[in-house]
Design a binder for this molecule. Structure first.
Ligand code: BGC
Length: 457
């Protein structure tokens, strides 16, 4: 890897060289990660409770794009709560009305019942706003609940664990769909929770509504995960729903990959983040890739350099010392900063984070840290995609599309190019003719609605 030249001291140059080495994911390393990924995927298909859980979604058919009807969708699990009314009008066309709500932090760690009541209150307000009456005809809802849920049917399941900073009490081991349904009942709203859907499954189905070559739905956002089609005969662990279908969408829950720490290049900066996170030890892959965490890794690296007096003249600020204060969005701004003096970087460090008087070398070092962490995230992400490509033998097909959603994919500079570069190293230069990434904007709304439609028909 050849990064920026730093106009700094020998010690600063050496520190950056060392970090570059630590954060490099060589092609060889990628190969070993992909091999392990494939092993873990097989384990997940064979038995319950595996790390990469490969959870059957009970979604079997592929949409044709001709389906019609009006459905509700709720999306919980990213940065915002989203409530949507989706009209499928056929021909792959849709009309979506939606509203976003911020989930107050105390609700994310309070009682599950209160969180459900908040969701129903928002739904009620939204329906009133768009003039839909929920007291007369039953509205069918696809509930995108983007956490690991072991499904027992399309509308029933048990929450395995919280991720991404959520930690409500009274939820683990219980059914989030039932709890939400109860909340609608208490409010006398005629809403039927017809399906509980992971956001990756929704993303896959939403894209498949328009493009039949879609093989995978991926989220690179606050968290990360993927869903793919799997042949029924390969899901051998039992309780996986209808056996008359040929294939089913499987929610991989790949964020948990390598919780055993066998192969991922975990550094001390990742370990620090993990130890101080609300759920230590779990979702190690997600913590190296997704938007909730990348900025915090950079902050940990930067503080390590501050402690050695190699950055910011050995001085931090109250803000910069605060956990999560260095947002992943700042990394995007900094990586995009091509001004000669790195003035955008200066703005983030000095005006936003209160670090006094940065030097050009400080700003160059910070930019390099962002590039190291961003590039590693993209290459590790590619390993997951490569595992699915190999496992499903996709290179034998003419063309396959991965539908992708999430802020990291959408806004992080060069993320998809860096992923594709890693895939080329693994599969050859022509891989981009066979495997394509396509941004899917409305996965958890449209996808959940398509699934609710399939169920309620
Ligand atoms: C959750 C997944 C979800 C992903 C993306 C992860 O933390 O475990 O269920 O799909 O985030 O939102």
């Amino acid at each position: 890897m050849n990064f920026l030249n730093i106009d700094g001291s020998d010690e600063q140059q050496q520190a950056i060289k060392d970090l570059t080495k630590e954060f490099e994911v060589s092609t060889e390393k990628l190969r070993s990660i992909v091999r392990q990924f494939i092993v873990e995927m097989s384990k997940g298909l064979e038995r319950h409770g595996a790390t990469v859980a490969m959870i059957p979604s009970f979604v079997t058919g592929r949409p044709t794009g001709t389906e019609t009807g009006k459905y509700l969708a709720i999306d919980l699990g990213g940065t915002n709560l989203r409530v949507c009314q989706v009209a499928l009008v056929g021909n792959g066309e849709v009309e979506i009305q939606q509203q976003k709500y911020t989930v107050p932090e105390p609700l994310k760690v309070g009682e599950m019942r209160n969180l459900c009541d908040f969701i129903t209150d928002c739904t009620d307000a939204f329906l009133t706003e768009i003039g839909t009456d929920s007291s007369r005809e039953t509205l069918h809802l696809g509930f995108t609940f983007s956490f690991p849920v072991n499904l027992t049917s399309i509308d029933r399941g048990n929450l395995i664990q919280w991720t991404k900073g959520f930690s409500c009490s009274g939820a683990i081991g219980t059914d989030p769909a039932l709890m939400l349904q109860d909340s609608f009942r208490r409010k006398n709203m005629k809403v039927n929770v017809a399906a509980i859907v992971n956001d990756t499954v929704g993303t896959l189905m939403a894209h498949a509504y328009r493009d039949p070559n879609t093989f995978m739905g991926i989220i690179f956002g606050t968290g990360t995960n993927a869903a793919c089609f799997e042949k029924m005969e390969k899901i051998t662990k039992g309780n996986s729903g209808p056996t008359n279908a040929n294939e089913m969408v499987v929610n991989m829950e790949w964020g948990a990959f390598d919780e055993e720490r066998r192969v991922l290049p975990v550094t001390k900066y990742d370990n620090k983040l993990d130890r101080e996170s609300i759920k230590p030890r779990i979702h190690v892959y997600e913590k190296m890739i997704s938007g909730m965490y990348l900025g915090e890794i950079v902050r940990n690296m930067a503080l390590g350099l501050v402690d050695r007096s190699l950055l910011f003249n050995g001085l931090s600020s109250g803000d910069f010392n605060t956990q999560w204060s260095f947002e992943t969005a700042y990394m995007s701004n900094i990586e995009e900063d091509t001004t000669p003096n790195l003035s955008e970087t200066q703005h983030v460090l000095e005006s936003v984070l209160g670090i006094p008087d940065t030097t050009l070398a400080d700003r160059q070092i910070t930019k390099t840290l962002c590039r190291l962490v961003g590039l590693r995230a993209a290459r590790l992400s590619a390993a997951g995609v490569a595992a699915v490509v190999s496992h499903c033998d996709l290179l034998k097909r003419d063309s396959s599309t991965a539908a992708v959603d999430g802020s990291v994919f959408a806004f992080y500079p060069n993320f998809s190019q860096n992923m594709m570069q890693a895939l080329k190293e693994l599969f050859g230069e022509d891989v981009d003719k066979k495997i394509k990434f396509s941004r899917s904007h409305d996965g958890s709304g449209l996808g959940a609605a398509v699934i609710a439609m399939q169920v309620s028909k």
